[in-house]
Ligand binder design. Sequence first.
Ligand SMILES: Nc1nc2c(c(=O)[nH]1)N[C@H]1C(S)=C(S)[C@@H](COP(=O)(O)O)O[C@H]1N2
Ligand SMILES: [Mo]
Length: 507
Amino acid sequence: MRDDGWVSRSRRYLAAAGVITGISGLVTAQSTVWAMQANNGPVVAVASAVRDKTPGHLAINLVHLVGHQDKPLLITGTTVVLLAICAWIGTQAEAHPLVPELVYFGLAVIGLFSVMRLPDSTVASTVAVVVGLITWVVVHRFLTAPIVAPGNPEGVTRRVFVQRVGLVGLGAAAAGLVGDLSSRGRRRVEQARRLLHLPVTRGKLPRDANVGVPGIATWRTPNDQFYRIDTAFTPPSIAPSDWSLRVHGMVDKEIRLSYDDLVGRRITEDWVTLCCVSNEVGGNLISNAWWSGVLIREILAEAGVKPGADAVLQTSKDGWTCGTPLVALTDPNRNAMLAVAMNGDPLPVEHGFPVRMVVPGLYGYVSATKWLVDLEVTQFGTFSAYWTQRGWGEMGPVKTESRIDVPRNGAHTATGTVRVGGCAWAQHTGIETVEFQIDGGPWQRAELGVEGLDTWVQWTGSVEVAHGSHHLVVRATDKSGYTQTSVQADVLPDGATGWHTIRFTSG
Ligand SMILES: Nc1nc2c(c(=O)[nH]1)N[C@H]1C(S)=C(S)[C@@H](COP(=O)(O)O)O[C@H]1N2
Ligand SMILES: [Mo]
């Protein structure tokens, strides 16, 4: 039988149910963050939102008070406050059955806003928040149901409650284990990557590569700002010791290379600007880095390419494929390489660690295979690769293009002389001239920075503008004598064309 004390004891059960519910949701959300290798989880995101929204002097005092311990402290604080709220939510289950759901929903919305305000959050962070919310709602019902159910003797209620707490605990432990296991591979690979000492250099920036106009994309793209395109939901984690490359197909002798074999060979280094075929006119799916690796033509020569072959089909660890024209890989004047380092550091995992291909002058989708594990010398016509199957062109040479970075589209400038500038590229052909045109006037020749054979080049110039709105157009001519067409073509099937045009106002 239930006595008068039950009312206060049941409140304690409900509060405990709330706290356990809170923890379960945190565990499944964090587990999702790990499993999907999301950059940001909700708790950390809320903690950093709290930090960023804390008035400056208060934040500084806090940091001074606790030193660099502020982050763990903020995270612990956020968790404690959250669990206190959950305890309260639990106590509402009996009197206000809808309140718990609403408050959990509200908490999830806060989590969602917090992860979305961080610039590097992906959809995986959002999924984690949703998984946490579902866990909260389900576990809340599951744990509070026996307590709020009328009629059961207290002993039965307590036993059912304890059983359910046990089940939830098991479930949370299982979820936590899955998350931990799935992130372990990545952590191990990151560790191995940090310990590598490769015989590579950081690359010396050519003098005057940057023309010195703020706002133009820096000539060397830092690794963490390098554009990223791939179909991998989570990037494959491959330890160098687990990596090997098979070179086979139309060759005299099949070759298998380990990571140590590869980096023990002669290393070639070069500036190469990578570009994505889905880069719109004016888009930013283009970046430039100093790559270090082994020339593919030396490996192909060793394998001995049989007559009749005209393509090399590559396969990545995650099963992605692409085919590259053989001539681009055997050309003695083109540094097509199996790259192991990018701007002097081992490839970041997202950019293909431990080994990827880099082929100057071709779009990434036909050449730049990340997490490379297989090279098959073959013939076009005997295979179709990931993107060519989906209607994209087979050859994929980069199209000559140019872009305005300064001023930005829609910017507002002073009247008078305005600096303009941006970048232009025709990898492996080279840029001859860049011209710009303001408000339909005559084309004016831009000054160019220094370029490598296979890189982009910065351009700059100045225009005189009066009060009002203006439009600025840019076009490049490459060293083959080709001037960019003004005809606008879509990125599908083999790259966009057209002149980049922006509008800005002055005065
Ligand atoms: N394994 C794998 N490699 C890949 C891709 C991919 O989806 N999977 N995408 C390609 C495309 S379309 C481009 S543009 C480049 C981009 O390389 P990045 O992400 O290092 O900039 O990688 C290429 N290599
Ligand atoms: Mo791409």
